[in-house]
Design a binder for this molecule. Structure first.
Ligand code: HEM
Length: 292
């Protein structure tokens, strides 16, 4: 599906010839309505629609119930088919992009022993001083400057979205960076290109070097970060994803020892909509950072 979305997302008119083609429903096995996951979701929606609003409210609190309730509140703003589409989008978007970002982080940190020992030292010191709870808290982790620099550098070098992020110029046209663009034109920006701009990130912009966020003009570099997109369509899950990564990664580094099985090999990756990576193979053992 990612391959399909990546390509057709750039030429959306073709969706009518492929996925939305009404003829598919006559081809056994190719009707999206017959896919197991779709059938399960529709069946569950059907069951829940039969029970009253009160029971629904009191029942299972999951994403589907929230979306169905939103649909009931504003049926005009929210078509019924959107319930399934949004649920799919929110879960899928949120998991793959966060996983891809954490893979980039882990690979870059683990492959450089000086970075790996420095980050562990920072986490262990905070733990020993009682500044990092058993379940790391957001505010505590903001006070780990090297960890923050490593995470930002992973997001800079390998944005989880590999395709251009496109916007349509409004009918009245727009002026962008001193140039006039007529209405209807699509303008796009690609995070992988923008994040390698030497004028912003330095001559070594292709290198993973967390210290640039400590020594350099972090405030200015921050303005050009496009990992989560920007403007009115800025990733809606940005804060959630940051919260997850800020809690999980320090916890893993504190409680476990990781060793890359293939330290000299790069991660393999290809870009669909998200950058899908593979090859992060590690040996994991328990460590006891609290005693240090
Ligand atoms: C590290 C993790 C994530 C990355 C790198 C990421 C990246 C992005 C990017 C680049 C966009 C396009 C923004 C634009 O057009 O300017 C986007 C949009 C979106 N993301 Fe994320 N995302 C992440 C996590 C999440 C999570 C956790 C959720 C949901 C729980 C989520 C839901 C969405 C949605 C619904 C949109 C569409 C927003 C709109 O068009 O208004 N994302 N994300």
């Amino acid at each position: 599906m990612q391959w399909y979305d990546g390509i057709i997302g750039q030429i959306p008119e073709w969706d009518f010839a492929f996925r939305r083609n009404p003829l598919w429903k006559y081809v056994p096995g190719l009707n999206p309505g017959q896919f197991l996951i779709t059938r399960m979701a529709l069946e569950e929606m059907g069951k829940r629609k039969k029970i009253g609003a009160k029971e629904l409210e009191a029942g299972r609190k999951d994403l589907m119930s929230q979306l169905m309730a939103a649909h009931d509140r504003a049926p005009d703003a929210f078509r019924e088919g959107d319930v399934f589409a949004v649920a799919h989008g929110a879960i899928f978007a949120g998991s793959d992009s966060t996983a891809s970002t954490m893979q980039s982080f882990c690979h870059h940190v683990l492959r450089d022993s000086s970075i790996y020992s420095r980050i562990k030292q920072e986490i262990d010191t905070a733990t020993a001083e009682g500044k990092l709870s058993e379940m790391p808290q957001w505010n505590e982790v903001q006070n780990l400057p090297f960890f923050q620099a490593c995470l930002k550098e992973a997001m800079r070098l390998r944005p989880a979205v590999g395709l251009n992020i496109t916007r349509l110029v409004p009918a009245e046209g727009a002026e962008i960076d001193g140039k006039r663009f007529p209405g209807g034109i699509r303008v796009a920006l690609n995070g992988w290109v923008l994040h390698r701009d030497v004028e912003v990130f330095g001559q070594d912009s292709k290198v993973y070097r967390p210290d640039r966020w400590i020594e350099g003009d972090a405030k200015n570099m921050e303005r050009y970060m496009y990992h989560f997109g920007g403007g009115s369509h800025l990733c809606i899950g940005k804060n959630l994803a940051l919260l997850e990564m800020n809690k999980l990664l320090p916890l893993l580094l504190r409680d476990f020892e990781f060793e890359l099985l293939k330290p000299n090999e790069d991660l393999k990756y290809h870009s669909t909509f998200f950058v899908v990576q593979s090859g992060l193979e590690v040996r994991i053992s328990k460590r006891n950072a609290k005693a240090q």
